[in-house]
Ligand binder design. Sequence first.
Ligand code: NAP
Length: 483
Amino acid sequence: MKNIPLVMILFGGSGDLAHRKLYPALFNLYEQGLIHDNFAVIATARRPWSHEYLREQVSDAIHETHEVVDENEISAFASHFYYQSHDVTNVEHYVTLKQLAHDLDEKYSAQGNRLFYMAMAPRFFGTIATHINDQHLTGSGFNRIVVEKPFGRDLASAEELNKQITASFKENEIFRIDHYLGKEMVQNILPLRFTNPLIKNIWNSDNIQNIQVTLAERLGVEARGGYYETSGALRDMVQNHIFQIITLLAMPEPKDISAASIHEAKKKLLDSLIIPDKDVIKKHFVRGQYAGSDTTFAYKNEPNVDENSTTETFAAGEVKFTEGPVAGVPIYFRTGKEFKEKKNRIDIVLKHINTPYGKAHSNNITIVIDPKSEIFITINGKRISEPGIRRENLDYTFSKEELAQVPDGYERLLHDVIVNDSTNFTEWSELKRYWQFIDAVESAWDEENKSGKPDIPQYIPYRMGPKEANDIFECATAHWIYE
Ligand code: NAP
């Protein structure tokens, strides 16, 4: 792999994301030679660490994620890391940071290339972007910025943040990251759709009855109640991960697989996204909160959560487009905390057909994203020893060996940023449409809250969410395939 020179400035260098994901991912890219002799990482945060202490942290992060490691390789890698104690709200600190970046650029011959990574609480993104601009932190080579989710909390704040970032960075220099787009089975959606005539030829509104996307979490909010109160399931999961998956499922075939063609196809689809009105939201959307049990707190009783909170820990709803191969087909989603198990899966439900054998099941195509990687198709065949039709699964589950080869999503996406491939990142025009949709639902739910009688079902923890979510389907016989 080509060695790409750069100085990376990581805001939030002492945080969880940096430790668990970014340091191990960078190490793997170092081992592959994508970054090697000509890179330096400046990790910043407020706590007063030394360069040495940071390097120990980096080394620990690699030991925690790798079974076999070469100690010399780790020390050589960690020697490229520098710590700068920095409060992102203090403008003086950017002056020191700028000097350090300049010195390391010279030391490592990094050719003026800068990669900024915002691995911090989103409320700081705008401040950092503003100071990068007013203190001229960008380099003379390429400049790229990676922005973590959430990008805003509604369209207005996302627009404001985008304005702050675009003061220093052009659209093609901004990488709005969503780690779901780095997942193996999410990256497999387009190849599955467009390389198999068996699938491609039935992927249309003549054959598909509905599509279902479920992102279920086993955990509750745990210690993050304070943050979750400002977000909720719709903003936390639907605005980004669920919409990204839906876009891949519904977009028209791109001209080719370049980033430009894929974004063009996505844009075409999203221009036709139907923003739901209040009636549709009432009929086809449901929110919920997990109730308590003998051993667990109800959401409203979690630490740092308002006892009258209207924040949803579950959301289900319907998405529709007027363009693309599945124009008009309802795409249902649901996501929630304290489900019976962690499970991310997509079910494509095909229409029933008349058969000379009488009633037969519909075919379904299922893509399991987590916790395993699996594709299965249900088919009908004859019963062996009695008349009638039975249902079978054609199943492909990734083997342990295959799974072992799958890079972590962050490794894939950091690689893409470094080689300047924006295919799996969100463009502003896409994000804007997602927020328009989310804002419409939030505003309908806000109105219900203000009416004093918000209709927020409480659901039994560790099952399948509120029973009301079984009634969001347009077709009376439709139901969740994953039950
Ligand atoms: P975190 O563990 O809370 O880390 C926050 C970092 O920000 C720490 O390094 C903290 O260090 C630093 N910080 C806080 N206030 C600061 C200030 N005023 N000036 C300078 N540094 C400051 O958060 P995280 O879990 O890593 O998440 C970071 C971002 O990644 C968030 O946007 C999150 O949504 C996103 N994300 C995280 C994960 C994950 O697995 N963790 C997954 C997906 C997305 P000091 O206290 O020393 O200043």
